[in-house]
Design a binder for this molecule. Structure first.
Ligand code: NAD
Length: 523
């Protein structure tokens, strides 16, 4: 069979194909809506004992899961490459290695990151009260990822959810179901108690069933269109959702940048994973003075890239994941050409392989500079001033990541803070999803909420405020009944106590004593 449509939905089965060869990898059952609901209910039961485990015990399971991954690394990398099309090198460098780092980080540090936190309650403390926050797990976390990082994204989210004390139900993308099942198998081999991690399979309908089954939170990664559907469906049950959506990430290159390095970064940032990264360089803005030199360097480097099967060790650019994605890339390139931009190299395709394509003369008014392409294209536009570069970069509905290239670090940081994006790198590109310690998420239509980092961990818990009165011997002045003394006392609260000043508050003492005496008399 030719590498055409990767997915076929035959009655109740999802068929997974290798996008590079069109060969069938296997078939999985589409989990029925009732079984998805049952999985969430069983997950909730498993949660009731999992939440009681200590951080030490959880750390043990996650570190064991790391060992399973390390022992099966070659097999897992091959599966990722076969099912998603990406080069073996990227299965290792962009999926397995970063998630192993994330696993050790959260296994070792979740306890510290989620340690109870004392709150300074100001003058209330002088009344013998104290407050602290403890972080309670949420319950069952529903994970619905995309196909482009089918291992590292759901695996990382599952690990963070587990370390925070939650159970997980994962619905992998219909394009990469076997990688999802592998994640379930890894936890099973690590000895995780039954039902703490469950994997359900199928396409959008299974995902929708998972949302309907009212998990306690949904971690979604995918398109804006699906993100909106999920947010709407989840709102009916007040289920909260983290949305990791699309991007149209700009790279700004000033003339004083190391152009050789910037060109290499642009080529990797635009073409790794065949351009199918949410944080791909989708628009490059170069200062006019350096435009010709940078463009030539980029074209030269792009021409050296080798297309091939993901499983081949020497492949630089693998097959795209689906025909739908390939069609968008072709449409965008043809749009660019019609609007007057020029293809400098690439533009051709064979089956699901698309040549890395560099385009010059791009302008923000062109449709393909606004919509997410999610393919191996690198359109280059020119700017003249710092202000113009910022304006062009921000002229987008998206705001996931961005990068600024200059040797002047003060300028780099100044510009970075003016870019509307969840992550902005100076002299770096794309890779920070691989730093599990840092938050990941978008501004504008690129998403809501965060994964990774402390901010991402906080999405997986609910803060609980514990307030203690150590001097519970007298009634509080604000309790019932009220009367003239109460009114006078409350005015004193407003004037003195609410000032936050101990000195001012001391003026309230005689009135406070009168009020307490009154309360004791009347009680
Ligand atoms: P998609 O929206 O088509 O599908 C994503 C997931 O949602 C799949 O598992 C799918 O089965 C499921 N789904 C589809 N309809 C559903 C519904 N109605 N209810 C519940 N689940 C449903 O996206 P895709 O094509 O798999 O992924 C590509 C997109 O993902 C791109 O836009 C890319 O930028 C984005 N992405 C974002 C990030 C990020 O971190 N921001 C990371 C990777 C990918």
């Amino acid at each position: 069979m030719s590498a055409v449509l990767k997915l076929e939905n035959q009655t109740n089965k999802t068929i997974s194909y290798n996008p590079a060869t069109g060969e069938e990898i296997g078939r999985v059952e589409n989990t029925t809506a009732e079984d998805v609901k049952a999985a969430v209910e069983k997950g909730r039961k498993a949660f009731s004992s999992w939440r009681e485990t200590s951080f030490r015990e959880r750390r043990g399971f996650i570190m064991k899961a790391r060992e399973v991954i390390l022992a099966e690394m070659d097999e897992i990398a091959r599966l990722i490459s076969d099912e998603s099309g990406k080069p073996l090198a990227e299965s290792l460098s962009m999926e397995i290695a970063p998630v192993l780092d994330l696993m050790q980080h959260f296994a070792r540090n979740a306890e510290k990151l989620l340690a109870p936190r004392k709150i300074n309650i100001g003058l209330y403390a002088t009344l013998g009260r104290s407050s602290k926050i403890v972080y309670q797990p949420l319950g069952v976390i529903g994970i619905i990822p995309a196909w482009n990082y089918p291992f590292s994204i759901p695996m990382g989210e599952a690990v963070m959810a587990l370390m925070a004390g939650n159970a997980v139900v994962l619905k992998p993308s219909e394009l990469t179901p076997f990688i999802g099942l592998k994640i379930g198998e890894i936890f099973e081999k690590a000895g995780l108690p039954e039902r703490v991690v469950q994997v359900v399979t199928g396409a959008g309908a299974t995902g929708a069933a998972l949302v309907e089954a009212t998990p306690d939170k949904i971690m979604f990664t995918g398109s804006v269109v699906t993100g909106k559907k999920i947010a709407e469906a989840a709102a009916k049950n007040l289920t909260s959702v983290v949305l990791e959506l699309g991007g149209k990430d700009p790279m700004i290159v000033f003339a004083d940048a190391n152009l050789e390095l910037a060109a290499a970064a642009a080529v990797w940032g635009a073409f790794c994973n065949a351009g199918q990264s949410c944080s791909s360089v989708e628009r490059l803005y170069v200062e006019e003075l350096a435009a010709e030199k940078l463009t030539n360097l980029i074209v030269e480097k792009t021409k050296k890239l080798k297309l091939g099967k993901g499983s081949d060790e020497t492949t630089d650019i693998g097959a795209m994941s689906s025909e739908r994605q390939l069609k968008i890339v072709k449409d965008h390139i043809s749009d660019f050409e019609k609007a007057g931009a020029r293809v400098l190299t690439g533009g051709g395709s064979r089956d699901l392989f698309f040549e890395p394509t560099v385009i010059s003369g791009a302008m923000n008014e062109m449709r393909a500079m606004q919509e997410e392409t999610f393919g191996p294209t690198l359109p280059i536009a020119v700017f003249r001033t710092e202000e113009e570069a910022i304006k062009l970069a921000n002229d987008s509905e998206f705001g996931l990541t961005a990068s600024v290239w200059t040797k002047d670090l003060a300028k780099g940081k100044r510009v970075a803070e003016k870019i509307e994006a969840g992550t902005v790198c100076v002299n770096e590109v794309l890779y920070t999803h691989g730093i599990g310690q840092t938050p990941w998420g978008g501004f504008k239509n690129s998403g809501r909420g965060r994964t990774h980092g402390l901010e991402g961990l906080m999405e997986l818990v609910q803060p609980q405020h514990i307030h203690v009165n150590r001097l519970a011997i007298l009634p509080d002045a604000w309790w019932l009944p009220y009367g003239a003394t109460a009114i006078e006392t409350f005015k004193g609260f407003a004037k003195y106590f609410a000032s936050g000043s101990p000195f001012q508050t001391s003026k309230l003492m005689p009135q406070l004593i009168r009020r307490i005496r009154e309360l004791r008399r009347k009680s």
